[in-house]
Design a protein around this ligand. Sequence first.
Ligand SMILES: C=CC1=C(C)c2cc3[nH]c(cc4nc(cc5[nH]c(cc1n2)c(C)c5CCC(=O)O)C(CCC(=O)O)=C4C)c(C)c3C=C
Ligand SMILES: [Fe+2]
Ligand SMILES: [Fe+2]
Length: 339
Amino acid sequence: MAKKGILLVNLGTPDSPQTADVRKYLDEFLMDGRVIDVNPILRTFLVKGIIVPFRSPKSAKLYKEIWSDDNGSPLLYYSIAQQKLLQERLGDDYQVELAMRYQSPSIETALEKLKANLVESIRVIPLFPQYASASTGSVIEKVMRLVKEWQTIPNISFVNSFHNHPLMIKNFAENSRKYGIENYDHILFSFHGLPQRQLIKCDHTGNWCLKREGCCDTLNDTNKFCYSAQSFDTARLIAEELGLPKERYSVCFQSRLGNDPWVQPYTSEVIAKLAAEGKKRLLVFCPAFVADCLETVYEVSEEYNTEFKHLGGEHVQLVESLNDSPLFVELLQELALKN
Ligand SMILES: C=CC1=C(C)c2cc3[nH]c(cc4nc(cc5[nH]c(cc1n2)c(C)c5CCC(=O)O)C(CCC(=O)O)=C4C)c(C)c3C=C
Ligand SMILES: [Fe+2]
Ligand SMILES: [Fe+2]
């Protein structure tokens, strides 16, 4: 009997922490028109002329800090574990492949493997809980561009987002329990940032997102695909699961690139404000990521921790990501089976 194909896709990571590989990765990533969404001439100038040459050696140093001799990049290591565990759980009727949107393993190779086995259907699961054109949108576009060339196109479906999935909410909440919420002065939900213009572009009404006070505070029919609104919703659900009152937590956005305004508030500014208020211990969730990566292991555990201590705080504790936890594999199974 023909198998059903499942394609897990995460963002991607360099092949090694050497500057040349980081350059190759950043070049492919940032030349994506959904990531640096400006006209192609300006994008080429910015990416190839400024960002990649200056950023690659700096990012390579950071990647060296998180690279393990045995396991390489944590993002790839945990993504491979997720693929293997999902394959085990789904059994022989399914073929589970893993791809990265940028670099390797490539989406082309993974799709070719599914095609070679004549799978009867393909379910694509971008590994981003909240929808953004720069992440989920880019994966969907790339898969559609490749598959449209095939002579026989099997049944194909895409997961658009799973920002409020009960198993994800439960998984993040459970990961935090060992730290004891009561031992922390404040809790942060720090999401990957996005340029504000990308939020505005997703607002089909043109008069909601960033046009109204508190536009993303609640999710409704107008903003249901808004990355920021979905992020606030994820944070609210985890806080509810933990019984956290509103004044005990903040939502913020990290990893800003360039000088344009990004989704606010910025994590570094929130941390500075909390330090100024005399807060000493912070517990940080990063629910935009389903696997630990540079943005969690380095940016939060190292950079923000150092910054906070410098400002008078004592400790920033990261809640680890979903990684290879059984609850997350169960969630992936649900996404794989749902059509
Ligand atoms: C959560 C999903 C992600 C969105 C949305 C996203 C948008 C986005 N990112 C950049 C720039 C960079 N991101 C970098 C690393 C990185 N980004 C994500 C996820 C999302 N990005 C992950 C999982 C990672 C970590 C990868 C790893 O190898 O561990 C980097 C590279 C690192 C660095 O040099 O600091 C850049 C650059 C933009 C511009 C953007 C949206 C417009
Ligand atoms: Fe990113
Ligand atoms: Fe919004």
